[in-house]
Design a protein around this ligand. Structure first.
Ligand code: NAD
Length: 247
């Protein structure tokens, strides 16, 4: 299966590994030119760009710390200026800071909000200035917006549930311009953040309807659907892809 994204320009905030890299591969395979951001090291991002180009796709890597509104806005502006517009924004950058409430550092609270929430608004704001009818904003939220069965995850859960209200408000404001805004809520996905052989995996699988970790490419398929023309009437929505984690 593929979505026709030929000629589309996509910006993926946080695209060098894990779910973001799978989204970059998928959108490029479906015909989009993909710009991915990396935070610290360019190595993984440049390797992904080379891989996509070797497969006949079009990609480029841009440095941007999601927590730095000025740099992130500049990165989006530079991609839009280079290609003349922007069609798809994927807000994938995210961090998971866990810790007991009594000891949770406010620096970790602020960093989580800056990367997981504020960057979504900053990027949407910048991208919307460059988007026309058919624009797509897709945020990688989490099933933890609905269910947090683990100790120490209050701030992460808050950051992801904040995206539910944010997407609805953005959808309302950008809808008249033909731009849709949606959240994808993955369950456990096998990445560096949540490896399938990690210590918490058996307890998660124990209550899931489908007792396994999902794959990043399965999340990418849902993102490709939302990015495509067939999802034109989907907006302000949270789409679960969680193996029944929240069920
Ligand atoms: P990951 O740790 O492999 O990837 C996180 C991505 O965010 C990387 O590309 C990283 O470079 C980027 N990032 C982090 N801080 C950044 C910053 N300051 N500036 C720019 N980029 C930054 O984990 P992943 O599982 O691929 O996570 C991707 C997204 O999916 C996150 O938003 C995460 O919360 C969400 N998610 C993951 C799971 C899971 O089980 N893996 C489940 C639900 C939601």
């Amino acid at each position: 299966m593929s979505t026709n994204l030929n000629g589309k320009i996509a910006f993926i905030n946080g695209g060098s590994r894990g779910i973001g890299a799978a989204i970059a591969r998928r959108l490029a395979r479906d015909g989009a030119t993909v710009a991915i951001t990396y935070h610290a090291s360019a190595i993984a991002a440049e390797a992904l760009v080379a891989e996509i180009e070797a497969g006949g796709g079009k990609a480029l890597a841009v440095q941007a710390d999601a927590a730095d509104a000025v740099t992130l806005t500049r990165a989006i502006d530079s991609v839009a200026d280079r290609f003349g517009r922007l069609d798809i924004l994927v807000n994938n950058a995210g961090i998971l800071r866990l810790g007991p409430v009594e000891e949770f550092a406010l620096e970790d609270f602020d960093r989580t909000v800056a990367v997981n929430v504020r960057s979504v608004f900053v990027a949407a704001q910048a991208a919307a200035r460059h988007m026309g009818d058919g624009g797509r904003i897709i945020n990688i939220s989490s099933t933890n917006a609905l269910r947090m069965p683990f100790a120490g995850g209050a701030v992460y859960a808050m950051s992801k549930s904040a995206l539910t209200g944010l997407a609805k408000g953005l959808a309302r404001d950008l809808g008249p311009r033909g731009i849709t805004v949606n959240n994808v809520q993955p369950g456990p996905i096998d990445t560096d953040m949540n490896p399938a052989d990690g210590a918490m995996a058996p307890s998660m699988h124990g209550f899931m309807a489908l007792p396994r970790h999902g794959r990043a490419d399965e999340v990418a398929a849902m993102v490709a659907y939302l990015a495509g023309a067939e999802a034109a009437f989907v907006t302000g929505a949270d789409l679960l892809i969680d193996g029944g984690f929240a069920a």
